[in-house]
Every structure is written in C-alpha cells, then in structure tokens.
Write a protein that binds this ligand. Structure first.
Ligand code: HEC
Ligand code: HEC
Length: 446
C-alpha cells in the first residue's frame, strides 16, 4: 500500500513538473521576446491606394524589361513565396515560371538566388541585396552601385533597390542586339552600363507612351505634371506595392508573441529557446527582422557562374568592400516565411531546409562533403569542388558558428518546428495580387 502511494505521488510530481516546465518555458520565451523587441514593428508608411495600384501594375508588367519578356513577379512571384523556387534565378530570355522555368539560348543563370521580399518595407531595413550593395548612408542618403548617378526623390531603401533590376542586363535589360518579344529593337540594351540614368529615362518614355500608365501615374502623383515624372516615381510606387502586399505578422510565432500561448506546439517552443539560446542562431538572425543585416562567411558551397572579377567564384561582400575579412560573406537573411522560400542560401545550394540548418552546425563537413547531385543538371558542373577553394573559405569562417556541444537530432527537429512556425498565414494566400491584365497588354503569364 505504501509503495503504491509513493508511486502515485511520484507520477503526480512528474506531471506537475512537466506542466511547470511548459509554463516555465513560456515565461522564458516571453522574457526573450520582450528583451529583444521581437514583436515590435514600427508602423508602416501610409501609401495611397492609387500609388499601390500603380506599383502593382509595374511589378507584374514585362514592359519594364528590355525584351518585354520578364517582370519583377517572374522572380518574386506571389505563388512562390515572393521568390522563384529556383536555386539561381533565370533572367532575360527565359521562359516559364518557378521550377519549370527554362533558360534562353546563350544565356546564363543569375549568379544569386532570388530572395523573398516579405516585410522589406519595414523601416528597420538599412541594407538591400545579398552583399548589402545598397545601403543607407547617413552622409549621402544612399550608397548604391549607381553612386552619384542615382536620381533624387527616392522615398526609402526599397525604392532605391527597385531602380536596379531594370538596369541589370541579365535580370531585365538584355544584351545589345536583342529584340523584344514584339520584334522591336531592344533600345534599353543599347545604353552603356555606365549610364543607368539613361536607362531610367528611356523606360519612362516607354511608360508615358501608354495612356493607361499616364492615368495611373496622374492618380498616384496628383501634385506632379507628367513631364516631371521620372523612374524614381515608378520605383517609389513599386516599393509602396511591395510594402502593402508583402508585409505580414500572422505566423503562428507572431500569434504566440502576441500572447496566444497555444499558437505553437512544445517542439516549436523548445526550438525557439534553442534559436535564441544554446544554438546561437539569434547572434546573426537577430531582432524583429531576424537579421543583423551584416555579412558573414558561413562557408556555403560555391556554385553558379560567379560574380564580377572573381568569376567563377562569388566572393560576396568582398566585391563591394575589397576587405579580405568580407570574402565569401553574405548578408544574414531574414527567416520569416523561410519554409516556403527554398532553395536556401545566396545561391540555393540546399533544397532542404533541414540541410540548410545543419550546414550551420557543421560547416566544415557540409562544405567539404557537399553533394551537388541535388542541383538542376546544368548547375551541377558549376559547383566549385576544388579543395583549395573550400579551405580558403573555411580559413575565415564566422566564429559565431562554432557551438560548444553538438545539437541532438531532436534539437534540430525542434529548431525546424520553430522555423515552420514562422510562416505567415497570409503569405500562403497571395493569389489575389496577380492582376488579370497590365497596361502594356503584354502577357502576365511567364
Ligand atoms: C531575374 C530575376 C529577377 C527579376 C526579374 C527581379 N529580381 Fe529582384 N532579385 C533577384 C535576385 C537574384 C536578387 C538578389 C541579388 C543580389 O543580392 O545580388 C534580387 C533582390 C531583390 C530585392 C532585395 C531583397 C533583399 O532583402 O535584399 C528586392 C526588394 C527585389 N529584388 C525586388 C525586385 C523588383 C521590385 C523587381 C522589378 C523591378 C525585381 N526584383 C526583379 C531576382 C530578380
Ligand atoms: C554567423 C552568423 C549566423 C549564425 C550564427 C546563423 N546563421 Fe543562418 N545564415 C547566416 C547567413 C550569412 C546565411 C546566408 C549565407 C549564404 O547564403 O552564404 C544564413 C542562412 C540561413 C538559412 C537559409 C535562409 C535563406 O533564405 O536562404 C537558414 C534557414 C538559417 N540561416 C537558419 C539558421 C539557424 C537555424 C541558425 C542556428 C542554428 C543559424 N541560421 C545561425 C548567418 C548565420
């Protein structure tokens, strides 16, 4: 009899303890959320419906591309988590959408993975691109590849970013000699790379020839005369659309942060605790953006055509700064909606979220033993399997990655549960953004 009682009380105590640790975990997480301001979001700027609508049309209209064959949406599609589901994007000359997209004859892949564009309208962003080549500069306003040629009147960093896809030959502008899908000479491609301001000017000429765009611009900018409109006004409208259309805080983790204790399960809670604790993820994926906006070398396998003077390598931030410490460093990506925006990393090296996470836990092994067979066939041979490249990268890998004790499989599973809880409900329901037609009359479908 005595024995049974003690057994019962033992079980009772265990149950109590379990309930207590669950509650304790919530309390610890509440503290973490508070201390790091994880659910603090500065109010978004207010944009008129007319400006957002103009931006929406421009975002989906292939008229912005030299050959009239690709729009922003081709690479940042609402149905594909505001990205393109490809490891490396396919630009001008390509056909199809998502994993069905095929490269045009004689073209190359874009050297980098199309990032998602969720929550990029948040005021906290002061950098854009995988290598931070667009950034806020306290002295001059913005630092960008166009330097002093960048036109004035850009409202925010997202608008600054929107100036560049149209000047990039591979993404949207095309090559000298290209023709548009309507058979015209691609006049944008004829302009020298050193004159982005001429590209912007010529693009506005295209837009102003279309009466519906003139109306949309007039509605969006009632205070301006049509002749005073420049591409900066188009870019501001695109940024307004991106902000209005792709900003959400309705993931299970957001609901949990707002007080709904059962919005995420115990595994995701343990994952959050690891993420903000022992696994050290938040030392880089920090704050309410889940990014410190700094570039780090985490030893991601090199693949693709490469970029700039370092081709076939892509040395990331080093291309911008020339600082050895920046070699192979890429900006920490935000992790909101990461589960729906694979393949992962700056070049889509991993097509499984678990692999992308595990890479961080043992970058040496993951880089040295990278399996390129998961890549699309024509990308496999671009993987830089030279051991010297790997060792060069590993020589200066970010020290924040070194964990004192390895994580168990269960712990990795918990972190994945947490990452899955970062998917906004609204991010899965974006079909309504796609217009049925755009002012140029060009097809919307890729
Ligand atoms: C061919 C595919 C392609 C097209 C078309 C394209 N993008 Fe992108 N976009 C990318 C890639 C790839 C990157 C990352 C490039 C880099 O970081 O070097 C990117 C980066 C961005 C970013 C930066 C996100 C961040 O956090 O750094 C934004 C915003 C964006 N694009 C918006 C646009 C807009 C607006 C348009 C149309 C004017 C557009 N893109 C057209 C592929 C594309
Ligand atoms: C040293 C800073 C740092 C730490 C610590 C870190 N990350 Fe990262 N993370 C990055 C950078 C930088 C990238 C992009 C690297 C690249 O593409 O070259 C990245 C990429 C990712 C991606 C892919 C996202 C995408 O959109 O492609 C995921 C998922 C991720 N990290 C999760 C984690 C998790 C989980 C942890 C903790 C176990 C963690 N990270 C720790 C810096 C860090």
């Amino acid at each position: 009899m005595k024995k049974t009682i003690s057994l019962f009380s033992l079980i009772g105590a265990a149950i109590l303890l379990l309930a207590f640790t669950g509650k304790e975990l919530d309390n610890i997480l509440r503290d973490i959320i508070q201390q790091n301001g994880l659910n603090q979001h500065a109010p978004l700027p207010e944009y008129s419906a007319a400006k957002v609508e103009l931006g929406r049309m421009l975002f989906f209209d292939k008229i912005l591309s030299g050959n009239k064959d690709i729009s922003c949406a081709t690479c940042h599609h609402p149905a594909l988590g505001s990205a393109d589901a490809l490891p490396l994007a396919i630009g001008v000359g390509g056909q199809g959408l998502g994993t069905a997209r095929q490269m045009g004859k004689g073209r190359e892949r874009i050297p980098r993975n199309s990032p998602d564009i969720f929550n990029r309208g948040a005021k906290e962003w002061h950098t854009m691109f995988w290598d931070n080549r667009v950034s806020v500069d306290i002295m001059s306003g913005y630092e960008s590849p166009a330097d002093e040629k960048l036109i004035d009147g850009l409202e925010n960093i997202l608008a600054v970013q929107a100036m560049f896809p149209v000047t990039s030959r591979d993404e949207m502008r095309g090559e000298i000699g290209d023709r548009t899908v309507r058979g015209e000479i691609n006049e944008l491609a004829l302009i020298s790379n050193a004159m982005p301001q001429v590209v912007w000017h010529r693009l506005m000429l295209r837009l102003k020839q279309i009466p519906e765009y003139v109306e949309l611009f007039e509605a969006a900018y009632p205070e301006l005369a049509v002749q005073d409109l420049g591409f900066q006004h188009a870019a501001n409208a695109i940024a307004a659309f991106e902000t209005a259309a792709f900003t959400f805080h309705d993931s299970p983790w957001d609901l949990y942060m707002d007080g709904m204790t059962n919005a995420i399960d115990a595994s995701a809670k343990r994952g959050a605790l690891l993420f903000y604790g022992k696994a050290n993820c938040s030392s880089c994926h920090s704050g309410n953006l889940m990014s410190d906006q700094k570039a780090h070398n985490i030893g991601v396998p090199q693949l693709g055509p490469g970029k700039g003077t370092a081709e076939p390598l892509d040395v990331g931030r080093y291309l911008e700064t020339g600082d050895q410490g920046d070699a192979f460093a890429f900006r920490t990506p935000s992790l909101k909606n990461t589960a729906i925006t694979g393949p992962w990393m700056h070049n889509g090296a991993y097509n499984s979220l678990e692999e992308a996470v595990r890479h961080h836990l043992d970058p040496r092994q993951y880089l040295r033993q990278y399996d390129a067979s998961t890549l699309p066939i024509e990308l496999r041979e671009t993987f830089q399997d030279d051991a010297a490249v790997a060792e060069r990268m590993l020589g200066q890998i970010d020290p924040a990655l070194g964990l004192e004790s390895p994580l168990s499989d269960r712990e990795v599973g918990d972190i994945l549960s947490f990452l899955y809880a970062l998917t906004d409900k609204s991010a899965l329901e974006l079909g309504h953004l796609v217009p049925t037609a755009v002012p140029s009359g060009l097809p919307i479908k890729d």
